[in-house]
Ligand binder design. Structure first.
Ligand code: DDQ
Ligand code: CA
Length: 273
C-alpha cells in the first residue's frame, strides 16, 4: 500500500510538473544530445576604409574590382548603391520610394536582389543600370538578409529561420532553423555565403554566426564587439549596430561594417578557443 501511495504521489507530481513547467519535465525526462562543438573567433584588423556615415547598411556584397554593392535602410533614405571600396564614394545609386525600407541585397549574375523591411516586396536591379528594375513578392515574414551560393538565394526575416529561395520563382524551397546547441537563434539579419557556409549578423549583438544552410546549426561564432567599441571611444556615438558582411572570394578578403558606421573594415579571423 505504501508503494502504491508513493507511486500515486509520484504520478501526481509528474502531472503537476507537466502542467506547470512542461519544458522542465521534458528536459528531465529526455536525454539531450551532446552539444555540438562550436568554434570561436576574434579578428585581426587588416585595413580600414571610409564608409558613408549616413548609410544605414542593410545589405553588403563585394562585386570584384574593388567595388561593393550596398543596400541602405530608413524610410525616405533607402537606396541601392555601387560603392568604391578604397574611397567609400558612391559611384551609382538608386533612391527608393520613401515608404520602402531597404534591406538585404545579393548579386546573382548581373541581377541584384533586394528585400525590404516589414514588407513582402523585393526588387531586382540590373547591376549596370539601376533604372532597369523589376519587383517580386516572397513568402518570408518580411525581408532582412539575402545571400547566394550562385544557385539559390538564402534569406532571413529576423526570426531564427534561414530560407532557401528559388532565384527564378522566388518560392521558398526549404527552411531551416538556426540553432546553437539546442537553442533557436533569433534576429538573423544580414547574410553572406562564404566557403559553403552562410554567415549571419545577429541583430543587436556584435556577433556573426557561421551557419550550416543544410541543417541550421551554428558551427562558429565571431566576436566583433571591439570594432563598435573602438568607434564609440573615438567619438562616433551616433553609430548603430554591426551589420554588413562582404566576401571577396578571389582574394580571400572579408569586409564588415555597420549601420551609420564611418568605417568599413577588412579583417582576418583568429580562432580563440
Ligand atoms: N532591421 O534591420 C533590424 C531589419 C530593421 C532595423 C530597423 C531600425 C528601426 C529604425 C527606425 C524605424 C522608423 C520607423
Ligand atoms: Ca552580405
Amino acid at each position: 500500500a505504501a508503494a502504491g501511495a508513493a507511486l500515486a504521489a509520484l504520478l501526481l507530481l509528474a502531472a503537476a510538473a507537466a502542467v506547470w513547467r512542461p519544458d522542465y519535465l521534458r528536459a528531465a525526462l529526455l536525454r539531450r544530445p551532446a552539444p555540438a562543438v562550436a568554434r570561436f573567433y576574434s579578428f585581426d584588423l587588416v585595413r580600414e576604409y571610409p564608409h558613408d556615415p549616413e548609410a544605414f547598411t542593410q545589405g553588403l556584397l563585394y562585386a570584384g574590382n574593388d567595388t561593393l554593392f550596398e543596400s541602405t535602410g530608413l524610410y525616405h533614405q533607402s537606396s541601392v548603391r555601387k560603392v568604391d571600396l578604397q574611397t567609400g564614394k558612391v559611384l551609382d545609386q538608386h533612391q527608393m520610394d520613401g515608404h520602402m525600407f531597404g534591406e538585404g541585397l545579393t548579386l546573382l549574375d548581373d541581377r541584384l536582389f533586394q528585400v525590404t523591411w516589414l514588407k513582402n516586396d523585393g526588387f531586382i536591379y540590373d547591376r549596370h543600370n539601376f533604372s532597369k528594375r523589376e519587383s517580386f513578392t516572397h513568402k518570408m515574414r518580411d525581408g532582412w538578409g539575402l545571400a547566394t551560393d550562385r544557385k539559390i538565394l538564402f534569406g532571413s526575416d529576423g526570426t531564427s529561420r534561414l530560407y532557401h529561395l528559388d532565384p527564378i520563382s522566388l518560392e521558398v524551397t526549404k527552411t531551416v532553423t538556426v540553432k546553437y546547441q539546442d537553442n533557436d537563434v533569433s534576429y538573423i539579419n544580414e547574410l553572406e555565403y562564404i566557403n559553403g557556409e552562410v554567415w549571419a549578423n545577429v541583430w543587436q549583438t556584435d556577433c556573426i554566426a557561421r551557419v550550416s544552410h543544410e541543417d541550421g546549426q551554428v558551427a562558429s561564432w565571431i566576436f566583433l564587439h571591439e570594432l563598435r567599441q573602438q568607434l564609440w571611444k573615438s567619438g562616433n556615438t551616433d553609430i548603430d549596430v554591426l551589420n554588413g558582411i562582404a566576401w571577396d572570394e578571389e582574394n580571400d578578403r572579408l569586409f564588415v561594417t555597420g549601420k551609420l558606421w564611418p568605417k568599413l573594415y577588412e579583417i582576418k579571423l583568429r580562432q580563440v578557443d
